[in-house]
Design a binder for this molecule. Structure first.
Ligand SMILES: [Zn+2]
Length: 122
């Protein structure tokens, strides 16, 4: 099976996630941790004494952290899928090693299991 089309979809997704992540986070420079991002803290003005303003800042940080975690998780899944294409395990079910259905990969290029096994996990 040719996975070139999934590779280009995944590379596009990776670039998109990188753009989104770079707005709220910094890439972890540690080469041992590919795909790790650190949330940029919003500008914390320590001179602010207004409680509601402080609360707003913490709320913003919380929202960004939640979003960052979601994006990072997806980013890592994309990297892992690209790795599988490189090492030839892409499109194989991680549970039973059988080929993942083409229509499943088309719907979700990040799928790591065939339809049968995905049902069992969920
Ligand atoms: Zn399977």
């Amino acid at each position: 099976m040719a996975f070139e089309k999934y590779k280009s979809i995944l590379l596009e997704e990776k670039a998109k996630l990188e753009r989104e992540l770079s707005q709220i986070a910094r890439k972890n420079p540690d080469p041992e941790k590919p795909g790790e991002w650190d949330v940029k803290a919003p500008e914390m003005n320590t001179m602010v004494s207004d409680q509601s303003e402080l609360a707003d800042m913490f709320e913003e940080l919380e929202t960004q952290t939640g979003l960052e975690m979601q994006l990072e998780e997806r980013f890592k899944a994309v990297i892992a899928a690209l790795d599988r294409i490189e090492n030839g395990t892409y499109g194989k079910c991680s549970e039973g090693r059988e080929d993942i259905e083409e229509k499943r990969l088309e719907a979700n290029p990040l799928a790591t299991t065939c339809i049968n096994h995905s049902k069992k996990i969920i």
